[in-house]
Design a protein around this ligand. Structure first.
Ligand SMILES: NC(=O)C1=CN([C@@H]2O[C@H](COP(=O)(O)OP(=O)(O)OC[C@H]3O[C@@H](n4cnc5c(N)ncnc54)[C@H](OP(=O)(O)O)[C@@H]3O)[C@@H](O)[C@H]2O)C=CC1
Ligand SMILES: CC(=O)C(=O)O
Ligand SMILES: [Mg+2]
Length: 761
């Protein structure tokens, strides 16, 4: 495969089954509502509901602006659709649009901490739709219209903007236009073109297309250089079929009648239409160094692979997250609303949109600072054909875009609550985002760049098989399925998995040619520990963990994942018989707990039952090193039930001793203790101890013993709604990860990716 084509291949793909299982697992759908106030006691109820609730009611009645102080309004956006243009899938109805709308809601939360709810309105009647939405104003700080077909969407948005005093923003129009315009500015710069003379064809003349064309004309694009096409072909002056006033406004004088004719010699083409609308012939006929934005979702008008087969001089972008250059409104709507909400803007006007375009375009040209390299596929992206627009996981977006939008709202007089200290606002915005998702994304990306062979030791189990397939699908490397071939094939059939796909390899321990080598290796390690040669042989023959660990030890695999069928400590013992500790290190388990936008590393959650002071100090060092490798500045709290000596007791003494041991080592990370968990995690409580050496709440928690580590992480998971990844084994000489028994396929693939990642470091 040519290099250019390889570069363009999607880096992840998911199967239909995976997508359905993802949506169905646990509580169906993608979001739920949580209370932000305690609801435990009679008093709580009296405050939250009657009689207490009457007080804010009266306050809001007297002064409506106080709704922003006493209700969710100021941070709450409605994502509203009638499902008449769901992505590029067409009119599939309000109910079918719900997964996309839930998706937009969670993206609001994930990327910009905007709370949002999806509302699917079951009517295609424009007036009914407008009437439904116009009365919802008091509930929300903003309205994000989504996937409503043209031309209805133009009328709906226009009327609602007039009727409502909060921002109404049709994302498919303006979100798309903002991102496409930012990408276009950069693509023109890279290909040495001038906005005023560039020739652009836009296929599609609906919501997204009309808005894109309007915005780039407002930015200086010559109207006569833009040719719009729809299902009937070119929109030329005088055309009558399939027209409306929005299309007519962009009709041009031209002899071209078909898309194919229009695209001859074009510099730029926008696809905002449907899968497969661009043929290879059309792409071949474009000017040198063409700019191709094939933005239809989920499948573009032409794929990057197809373009790469035809020519190697194109700048190519799609709407998908699995190719380079994702021109998708996800880069816009969360941040644009963030900025608009924070200044309580009455609308999102052109000045705010253009500010967002500039901020986005500039961000892609800036040097990427070290602390965000992690979000860019593990190495430093540089402004160029493969990088014309920031990636959605860029942690700078959250401060750059809302600041620009908020400033433009203030300058253009639509901000009801101007911000005076923009630098402080930018800092506050950065603090709203937790880096873990970008860290995990970058971890996956790094593995993709250096794919690894990971052995899945329990491949006869269905969820392991699914995880292995996902590992291969995501192009993380080769998944080696260890087990009896007949059983593996049966499991694969049951799970609907095609074992002939690239990236899957079956190894049957019983007939492997490596049995002898592994047996000799294991015997050499165990002969002075009471094992006979035949004991070693039996372990290799009969036990998958020993076989897999020997594969890794002797370099036949880069990493290993196990744990589904055997308890953690047994699996660890199996592995330790075959693999040593890294010299100078200690083997520990670190769990990553993701909890309400915060990430904490908890150690030791796997190995040391009741660590002594020396061991606790080592655990702190290992855990801090791991947190750093994951992109965090470690702040380590040595936890106990007491804080700085009170109340005293033997168990806390051990932790105090560990801190003294750490004091004697020359360490390059912050640590302190002993302290209770609330002191470690709550800035206000920590302030009661002004001598505490931590500069902020801890992000690495060293537990006094295994039981407290295990109990607290499991409680976080079960009661606190946290996602817990791990325990991740740290300190082994080879890359082995052990999942918990009964782990889900998604947990297993995370562990396999972590094994692959550590195999490379
Ligand atoms: N990457 C991104 O961020 C975004 C991408 N999009 C994508 O853009 C596309 C359009 O969405 P949207 O504008 O909301 O939908 P609309 O329904 O408003 O518009 C669709 C337009 O596409 C035209 N069209 C459909 N099929 C073809 C075809 N084969 N050739 C030429 N024109 C065609 C229609 O023509 P006619 O008028 O004749 O019916 C219509 O003008 C979708 O694929 C969507 O996923 C949308 C928003 C954001
Ligand atoms: C991305 C998006 O909003 C769409 O394709 O409709
Ligand atoms: Mg959309």
């Amino acid at each position: 495969m040519p290099d250019t084509e390889k570069k363009q291949r999607p880096v992840t793909s998911v199967t239909d089954n995976e997508a359905l299982e993802f949506h169905a697992m646990g509580r169906p759908g993608k979001l739920e509502i949580n209370a932000t106030k305690p609801m435990a006691t009679q008093r709580d109820l009296s405050l939250a509901y009657s009689p207490g609730v009457a007080v804010p009611v009266k306050a809001i009645a007297a002064d409506p602006a106080t709704a922003y102080d006493y209700t969710t309004r100021g941070n709450m956006v409605a994502v509203i659709s009638n499902g008449t243009a769901i992505l590029g899938l067409g009119n599939l109805g309000a109910l079918a649009s719900k997964p996309v709308m839930e998706g937009k809601s969670v993206l609001f939360k994930r990327f910009a901490d905007v709370d949002s709810i999806d509302l699917e309105v079951d009517t295609e009647n424009v007036d009914e739709f407008i009437n439904c939405v116009r009365f919802l104003g008091p509930s929300f700080g903003g309205i994000n219209l989504e996937d409503i077909k043209a031309p209805d969407c133009f009328i709906i948005e226009q009327r609602l903007r007039e009727l409502m005093d909060i921002p109404v923003f049709h994302d498919d129009q303006h979100g798309t236009a903002i991102i496409a315009a930012a990408g276009l500015i950069n693509a023109l710069e890279l290909t040495g073109r001038d906005l005023k003379t560039t020739k652009l064809v836009c296929n599609g003349a609906g919501a997204a297309a009309i808005a894109c064309v309007e915005l780039i004309k407002a930015m200086g694009f010559a109207p006569e250089n833009i040719t719009l096409c729809d299902t009937k072909g070119v929109i030329y002056q005088g055309r009558t079929e399939g027209m409306n006033q929005w299309k007519s406004a962009h009709a041009v004088k031209t002899k071209a009648r078909t898309l194919e004719e229009a695209m001859k010699g074009a510099d730029v083409v926008f696809g905002l239409s449907q899968k497969g609308a661009f043929s290879e012939k059309m792409i071949r006929s474009m000017a040198d160094r063409p700019v191709i934005f094939a933005m239809a979702n989920p499948d573009p008008e032409i794929t990057p692979e197809e373009v790469a087969r035809i020519r190697d001089d194109a700048i190519m972008a799609t709407g998908r997250s699995d190719y380079p250059n994702q021109v998708n409104n996800v880069l816009g709507f969360p941040y644009i609303f963030r900025g608009a909400l924070d200044v309580r803007a009455t609308t999102i006007n052109d000045a705010m949109k253009i500010a967002a375009v500039q901020a986005l375009a500039n961000l892609a040209r800036e040097d990427v600072p070290d602390d965000v390299v992690a979000a860019y596929q593990g190495n430093r992206p540089r402004f160029g054909a493969q990088y014309i627009i920031p990636v959605p996981f860029d942690p700078r977006l959250i401060s750059a875009i809302p600041v620009a939008v908020a400033q433009a709202a203030i300058d253009s007089g639509v901000a009801r609550k101007p911000i005076s200290d923009m630098a402080a606002y930018a800092r506050e915005l950065s603090a709203r985002r937790d880096p873990i998702a970008s860290t995990l994304a970058s971890l996956y990306e790094r593995v993709r760049r250096r794919p690894k062979r990971v052995v899945f030791a329990e491949a006869e189990e269905e969820q392991v098989m699914r995880a292995a397939m996902s590992y291969a699908n995501q192009e993380l490397g080769t998944a080696i399925l260890l087990g009896r071939e007949d059983l593996i094939r049966q499991t694969a059939e049951r799970a609907g998995i095609d074992l002939n796909r690239p990236g899957l390899e079956i190894v049957n321990a019983r007939i492997s040619t490596r049995v002898e080598a592994y047996t000799d290796y294991l015997y050499a390690r165990l002969q002075r520990k009471g094992y006979l040669h035949r004991d070693a042989q039996r372990l290799i023959h009969n036990d998958r963990n020993h076989f897999a660990a020997c594969m890794v030890a002797l370099g036949d695999a880069d990493g290993m994942v196990t744990g589904i069928t055997r308890n953690y400590s047994t699996a660890l013992e199996d592995v330790r018989r075959c693999i040593d500790m890294k010299p100078g290190h200690r083997v520990i388990g670190v769990s990553i707990a993701l909890c309400r936008g915060r990430t904490v590393f908890v150690a030791d959650t796997a190995v040391h039952d009741m660590p002594n002071a020396e061991e606790l100090a080592d655990i702190a060092v290992e855990a801090a090193g791991f947190a750093r490798r994951m992109g965090y500045q470690p702040r380590v709290a040595m936890l106990a039930y007491s804080t700085f000596g009170h109340p005293s007791g033997e168990r806390s003494e051990r932790v105090r001793e560990a801190v003294k041991i750490l004091d004697k080592r020359r360490l390059d990370f912050e640590y302190d203790g002993e302290m209770a968990a609330d002191v470690a995690l709550n800035r206000k409580v920590m302030e009661q101890y002004p001598f505490c050496r931590l500069s902020g709440p801890a992000n690495v928690l060293v537990m006094p013993a295994f039981h407290s580590a295990s109990i607290s992480t499991k409680m976080l998971q079960e009661l606190g709604g946290s996602t817990v990844i791990g325990p991740i084994l740290v300190g082994l000489d080879k890359a082995v990860q052990i999942t918990s028994m009964g782990a889900k396929d998604s947990d297993i693939v995370n562990m396999a990716a972590i094994a692959a990642y550590t195999a490379g470091s």
